[in-house]
Design a protein around this ligand. Sequence first.
Ligand SMILES: Cc1cc2nc3c(=O)[nH]c(=O)nc-3n(C[C@H](O)[C@H](O)[C@H](O)COP(=O)(O)O)c2cc1C
Length: 194
Amino acid sequence: MELMELLKTRRTYRRFDQSRPVPADVVEDIVRSAQYASSAANGQPLSYCVVQTPDMVEAVYEQVRWAAALPREQGWPKDGEHPVLFVAVLTDAKRSGGMTPCDAGLAISNMTLAAWNKGVGSCIMGAINRPEIMQILGINPEEKELHTVIAFGYPTHKSTIREIAKGEPVKYYLDENRDYVVPKYRLEDVVEYR
Ligand SMILES: Cc1cc2nc3c(=O)[nH]c(=O)nc-3n(C[C@H](O)[C@H](O)[C@H](O)COP(=O)(O)O)c2cc1C
């Protein structure tokens, strides 16, 4: 896909074909893309935990919250629509401040784009039960902190951007086909040229 089209269509996806695993070569692309991300002073404070066995994926699934803007029956994946893969983004507990959140954002962006380039949709997730997920994954909280998890799978819905003016509601919603519509501020309201 052409880059701008990839960026435009790499939206948040929250319903997936749970019967379709993400192939190993795509998982490899996802983690490789994180390695390719820039890092402040090239410090590389991030590490990753790939969660791919169905039992582990379901255990993590129980500890995340979907679509705060929507009622649960609309925003949460139903049985058969769950993600099939999570990547946990971890920071070094001794250097989780400073520029580390920026590093994490860059790595997350690369991973979601690398996945979408192969047709795999994603949802970046910050509303998560961190202590519980750390325990499920067997990660020592003295060594690492959990920044986010990213859910992956082949989406079963579409998501499109709708341009809005500053001041209009930013809440995403489902249209009559249960596809997501994501309002984004139009450029003339957020970009200045000098
Ligand atoms: C840092 C971050 C945390 C997020 N956390 C969640 C989350 O916990 N649950 C969820 O369903 N979506 C989550 N999202 C997805 C946002 O709701 C989504 O990005 C936003 O609605 C815009 O949609 P778009 O990604 O298609 O542009 C998160 C996104 C980001 C960037």
